[in-house]
Design a protein. Structure first.
Length: 284
């Protein structure tokens, strides 16, 4: 009799564990990172770059910011409403902008395709396809955008906001729609993951070769650091180049820069400034 009781107990325990793991909150993807000043989220493990707004700030607590490890209060409820959070899906990040209009956005990378798009409206941004479905109610705007790319890859972008936020001069939904479009375009065109970010303010024939030798002392006791290169314009500076440097990748960095004055800054994972150097490219 004791054997049957033990078997029954194990069966019940197994059923409870299965229920727990099937209903638990979806995990965030590991190895994702985002830093202030740069309008992209990076995830090397998932091989995906996602455009965001530069005004977003990395912050895991509080009422705003881009989170890579924790949800905002309504995120999981809204994800369930639109059908996100299947087994194997990975949440890239959840974000609320710093300033108005306020809205929530959650980005999920799907485990596999195909994703059922019945009831979705097909749209195109510069010939890049994506799909959108409206789940709005009388109080809230709720949108689910699905973006297929590559051979079998895809992401979803969830947007939700109080309708009053969309009455502001800067329409909340317009901002989301723009991000949906440019991400569809980049995911269609960029076949390889990029670990760097750069913009130029000069023509290609004016750009000059430049080499940066990272300070190896900064890597002691750290797994990674952030390198940011800023253009200097009088009292102002604007970011020109960004790279995450991981342990074992401290070799020289070859890039092109426009003729100008620059400042190079290194940060740790908590965005603490570690070192700052000024240099000039071109001219005297």
């Amino acid at each position: 009799m004791g054997i049957w009781i033990r078997l029954l107990f194990k069966l019940l325990l197994g059923m409870l564990l299965l229920l727990f793991f099937s209903c638990r909150t979806k995990e965030f993807a590991s190895d994702g990172y985002f830093t202030g000043d740069v309008d992209k989220y990076f995830n090397e493990k998932e091989a995906v770059n996602i455009w965001v707004y530069r005004a977003f700030q990395p912050r895991e607590t509080g009422q705003s910011g881009l989170r890579t490890t924790s949800y905002y209060p309504l995120d999981t409820r809204m994800m369930k409403m639109v059908g996100l959070g299947k087994n194997g899906d990975k949440v890239m990040f959840s974000v609320v902008p710093e300033n108005r209009p306020k809205y929530n956005m959650v980005v999920v990378k799907h485990r596999k395709r195909p994703f059922k798009v019945e009831g979705f409206e097909e749209k195109f941004y510069e010939k890049a396809p994506y799909y959108i479905k409206d789940f709005s109610n009388e109080d809230m705007i709720i949108k689910h955008v699905y973006i297929p790319y590559g051979n079998k890859e895809s992401i979803s972008m969830l947007f939700y906001a109080l309708k009053i936020e969309d009455n502001n001069r800067d329409k909340a939904l317009d901002r989301f729609n723009y991000l949906a479009g440019i991400n569809a375009k980049e995911l269609k065109e960029e076949v390889q993951y990029k670990s760097t970010w750069q913009i130029f303010d000069c023509e290609e024939n004016q750009r000059m070769d430049w080499t940066i030798q990272p300070n190896l002392e900064l890597m002691k006791g750290r797994k990674k650091i952030y390198l940011k290169v800023f253009d200097i314009y009088g009292p102002n500076k604007t970011i020109s180049y960004f790279k995450l440097i991981k342990k074992g990748e401290e070799g020289e960095i070859k890039l092109k820069l426009c003729p100008n004055d620059y400042v190079m800054e290194y940060y740790d994972e908590e965005e603490k400034l570690l070192e700052r150097k000024e240099f000039r490219v071109g001219g005297q």
